[in-house]
Structures are given as C-alpha cells and as structure tokens.
Design a protein. Structure first.
Length: 394
C-alpha cells in the first residue's frame, strides 16, 4: 500500500523521540555507576604504612646511649695505643740462586716479632727468629719496611739485636720495667704478630715465676716468666708488658702439644734483657767474666758424671791461682781427669752451658766459691773472676 508523506513524517518523529529517551536513560545509569571524586567509595581506603623508625631505633624502642668503657678497658686501650708503635714485624729471608741465570732472589723463610730498643734503630728479637737466615726485613707499625743487619746474638739466651736505618722520628723505644718485682697473678700484656697477624694484643696474668727452659744452643735459661696470655707462633721476640706498658720480658716459647696457644707461654725476663742487649750492641756477643778454664763439652755426660769437666786452666788466671786442675796426659796415650766443677756459689753446674749461666751477672774482680770433684774428694776453692776472654773459657 502506498504510504502518504504525512504518515512518513510521523514515523520519523516517533523514532527520534524514542531514541532521545533511550539515550537519556543509559546516561543516567552511567553517572550513578561512577562515583565522583567527592563521593566516598564502597571499598575502604588502604591504610598508609607508618614511617620507619628514625636514628636506628627498633620499632618503638627509643635509641639507647652508647655504653661507656670501664676504667680497666680504658687503661688497656691506652696501653696498646702507647706501646704498639714500638712493636715490629720481622721476616727472615733465605737467598736462593737460580741454577740457569745465577740470579739471586730472597725467599721468605720465617716470621716473628720484635721491638724497638732505641732511636738509633736497634731492634730486639729472639735468636731463633733469625737463626739460619741470610737476610731479614723489619716492618714498623706504620707499615714501612726496612732492610736489617745482624748486630749481635746470644743463642744461649735466645736473644738477638738487629739494626735498621730508619729515621729517629719513626722509632718509638719501649721503657724498661722490672722482672724482679713481679708477682704471680698480676696482669701482663703481649703484643706481637701471631700467624702473621700484625699488631695483635693478648692479655693474661703472670702464672708462675722462676721457670727454666732450654735455649736453641742447649743452654738453660733461668728465671723465666710463665704467663697465660695467648702466645702463638709469630709472637716470638715480641714484648711482654706490665700494666704500665713497660717491658718485663721477651716472649720466646710456648708449651703446647698442638703447636698453638695452650695457655702456657714463656718470656725471657727483663733482668736478662737489660744486660745482654747492651753487650750485643757494643761487642756483638755477651761479655762474661772468665773463670780462666776450658770445659770438655759432653765428656761428663759420657762418663755419667754430673758436672763440667775442666779441660785446661789458663796460666795466670784466677783458676790457676786457686789451684784448679785440668786434664792431664799420662803414659801410653792415656788422659787423666782433673777437676770436675759441681757448683758455683751453690748453684748446680751440670754442663759447660750451665757454668756460663752460673757466673752471669758477675763482674771481673769478683770472687766466687767453686766446688769441684777432685778424685774422690769434694773441694771448695775461691776463684777470682778475670776479664772477658775471646777464648773458649768460662
């Protein structure tokens, strides 16, 4: 059927009206679904995390003041700061030659400790630290390293003196204390380089006094200090200090089945160091007064006799004036025993090394009482000590 223009217009208007109302309804729904910035959301807002605590405090705990050092701790810190610049690290070296180029190189063979004796560059250490070395180097507390030369050694005391050409301003000598006034139980401090760890401090007490140990030469070292301060390999030659930071001994050995510190360490007493070191600096060896005799080393032990067999008596010596007798040659190549020294000033003499120890601290011109075995008789004779001799005499 043919539609009139008027009816077509009515259809268009109705369609437009429906479209208008449909669009308005969907727009209202969209507005209701999207809350505005000022309308609160149905989902609760996320809580903000609290700011982290300031100044390193933990949670709500207020910062605590730094703990104060105890008086004893302050004293130990001050002692280390004062004494440690005097302690040195010693490296002993062996010279090795290349078989092809014939070039020589220095190879480290051992290490130990030592300490500055004076501002002239003298360094004190143990003899066993540098024994057998071809050269040595000394490292100061400021890490500067210097070539060292051997000035003198006393193997029977396990002491040696090196010298370096460092400026006096780099050298801090240690003051001397007294080993003769030590008491068991008093505090001691060891500074050294155990296992190569330089400038290490350990503390302890004097555990015992009057110990005896054997030196590398086999001679006894008497009046040794025993301490429980940790002394390990590398501490050898370092100082043992009293609570005032003064030298009272030189750390020399430990007693340990494992080789590490077992709480039993030994130090050569300051009393020995004080007279041995000046002799080593001046003469290169210990200057002992002389009895004027020679000793047949090891003969008494082979004969099963406790003592020192007199092998000779120097003419004009105190021993000669006292009538001491040495070995005598008899017929058919036989040798007859003379005197055997048993004691000096009441101190037992079991060997030539022990005889050296017995006259330590004496001076030329002093008279000592010497007990000898002559045949089957014990005889005590006064002997005047003579000046030190370059010969192998006692």
């Amino acid at each position: 059927m043919k539609r009139s223009p008027f009816s077509s217009l009515i259809v268009i208007l109705l369609t437009a009206a429906l479209a208008f109302y449909a669009g308005k309804s969907w727009s209202a729904r969209g507005i209701a679904a999207a809350p505005s910035a000022s309308t609160p959301s149905a989902t609760p807002a996320r809580q903000e995390a609290p700011a982290p605590a300031q100044n390193g405090s933990r949670g709500a705990i207020a910062p605590q003041p730094q703990p104060q050092l105890q008086e004893q701790e302050k004293a130990t810190v001050a002692l280390f700061q004062h004494a440690s610049p005097a302690v040195v690290f010693i490296t002993s070296l062996a010279v090795q030659q290349n078989l092809f180029s014939l070039n020589e190189t220095e190879i480290p063979r051992g290490a130990g400790s030592g300490f500055v004796w004076d501002r002239e560059g003298h360094i004190v250490t143990n003899f066993h630290v540098i024994s057998g070395a071809d050269a040595a180097k000394v490292t100061l507390a400021d890490q500067s390293t210097w070539d060292a030369k051997l000035v003198g050694a006393a193997p029977e005391k396990d002491l040696a003196v090196l010298k370096i050409d460092a400026p006096a301003g780099k050298l801090t000598p240690l003051p001397l204390g007294s080993s003769e006034t030590l008491k068991v139980g008093q505090s001691v401090f060891a500074i050294g380089n155990p296992f190569g760890l330089d400038q290490s401090l350990s503390t302890g007490v004097v555990s015992a006094l009057g110990r005896e140990i054997q030196s590398e030469s086999g001679a006894p070292i008497r009046e040794v200090i025993q301490t429980d301060a940790a002394i390990n390999p590398g501490n050898s030659g370092g100082p043992l200090l009293d609570s005032s930071g003064r030298l009272i001994g030189v750390n020399t050995a430990i007693y340990s089945p494992s080789g590490g510190s077992a709480g039993i360490g030994f130090a050569i007493p300051e009393h020995d160091v004080a007279w041995v070191v000046p002799d080593l600096i001046r003469y290169g060896k210990v200057q002992r007064p002389s009895l004027g005799i020679g000793v047949a080393q090891g003969l008494a032990q082979r004969l099963g006799i406790e003592g020192a067999v007199v092998s000779r008596v120097d003419p004009g010596s105190g021993a000669a004036r006292a009538g001491l007798q040495g070995l005598r040659r008899a017929g058919f190549g036989r040798v007859e025993l003379g005197d055997i020294v048993l004691t000096v000033e009441g101190q037992p003499v079991t060997s030539g090394d022990a005889l050296l120890v017995a006259i330590e601290g004496k001076k030329a011109g002093d008279t000592v009482r010497v007990e000898v075995l002559r045949g089957n008789r014990r005889v005590v004779v006064p002997v005047q000590l003579g000046a030190p001799s370059g010969r192998s005499t006692e």
